[in-house]
Design a protein around this ligand. Structure first.
Ligand code: G6P
Length: 370
């Protein structure tokens, strides 16, 4: 087992560090040589079929569901086709509205999650146009039953807490969003070459983000004995906050909540007291000023704020206690980089508390029962 961990203490930290390669492998061969177009030979949906689609349902559980929330934003921004993101265990019993123009996207690292599989079968039974699966396991049940499959080339993920599967699911969703826009010839398709160029830079940038580990480790140690933590953000930063909070809960057992920053004053602000750690994400440029005011609100109640911001941000340090930066990419792609410090935070908090990082209590890697 020690050898399988490649010198790392746990599978989780090994898998966190494998993300640059996993992202690269998931992108490779899916971008045309001239960098202008997405090539998804594995997707057999024709241009005409894609033009017919008038609604998309994304269905998943856990971390894969969080990836789906980012996927919705990507697809809607580039194509203006409405996307619903549903938790599989809810979807399957919700009498979903499906027509022959509904595309269903299921996301599952393992390809075996019982609820996701059942939801997918239900969508088929109700006559959806097609099912596209995004999965990390070739030959899994979901891969076999779906009409089309985009494989995330993350390689085997052993740690129960998902890391590289999530970041590669994001890549697969960005690629699909670009592809869908390109084939439908939408207004948003014009942005595709710029997005593809930025996607290609992500592996090297992810490598840089990994260098934040010592600072995150210090923060995690200092706050490891806290009972609560809050993650706040707006737009895509909120989507990443959800994943950051889940990660922390799963393996450190610290109670964590993700909140859409603008919604704080409608409830959670009551929980912000002296010394409570708040992780504030500020990568969405068009929401930056709003985010700063939300940070000021929690600071005023005594929170200790760790901000996640772009490299070169000269402003945010004036408002918060500590800043972790990530290299500039398109705000649209920020989740891929922003999630890494949050994964590291969960990891180091779990280690500091002496937990079984790779096998958290009560949880399973793949949930094949309802
Ligand atoms: C389990 C795992 C989670 C995972 C979820 C969905 O709960 O512990 O990490 O996100 O299942 O798994 P899937 O394989 O369908 O992505």
């Amino acid at each position: 087992v020690a050898a399988e961990k490649g010198g790392y203490e746990h599978f989780m930290i090994k898998e966190i560090h494998e993300q640059p390669k996993a992202i690269k492998d998931t992108l490779t061969s899916r971008i045309s040589e001239d960098g202008q177009r997405v090539v998804l030979n594995e997707v057999s949906l024709t241009k005409e079929q894609m033009k017919e689609i008038d609604r998309i349902h994304i269905i998943a559980c856990g971390t894969s569901w969080h990836a789906g929330i980012v996927g919705k934003a990507a697809i809607e921004q580039l194509t203006r086709v409405p996307v619903d993101v549903e938790i599989a265990s809810e979807y399957r019993y919700s009498d979903p509205i499906i027509t022959d123009k509904t595309l269903v996207i299921v996301i599952s690292q393992s390809g075996e999650t019982a609820d996701t599989l059942a939801a997918m079968r239900e969508a088929k039974r109700l006559g959806c146009a097609r099912v596209l699966a995004i999965t990390n396991v070739v030959g899994s049940t979901i891969a076999r039953e779906a009409d089309d499959v985009i494989i995330t080339w993350a390689g085997p993920e052993i740690s129960v807490a998902s890391t590289k599967a999530y970041s590669t699911q994001l890549i697969a969703l960005y690629l699909f969003a670009c592809y869908f826009a390109q084939e439908r010839e939408t207004e948003g398709a014009k942005e595709v070459p710029e997005i593809l160029n930025a996607l290609k830079n992500l592996p090297a940038q992810a490598e840089k983000v990994l260098q934040t580990a010592p600072a995150i480790e210090a923060f995690a140690r200092a706050y490891a004995d806290k009972e609560d933590a809050f993650f706040i953000g707006r737009g895509l930063d909120y989507a990443v906050s959800l994943e950051g909070a889940l990660k922390l809960k799963e393996i450190s057992y610290i109670h964590a909540e993700a909140y859409a920053a603008g919604e704080l004053k409608h409830g959670t602000l009551a929980l912000i007291i002296e010394g409570v750690p708040v992780i504030a994400l500020a990568t969405q440029d068009h929401l930056y000023e709003k985010m700063i005011s939300n940070i000021v609100e929690v600071k005023a109640r005594g929170a200790y704020v760790l901000a996640l911001a772009w490299q070169g941000d000269q402003e945010i340090g004036k408002t918060v206690d500590q800043v972790i930066t990530i290299p500039r990419t398109l705000p649209f792609l920020a989740p891929v980089l922003a999630v890494i410090p949050l994964q590291l935070l969960a990891y180091y908090a779990s280690v500091a508390r002496g937990n079984d990082v790779d096998k958290p209590r009560n949880l399973a890697k793949s949930v094949t029962v309802e």
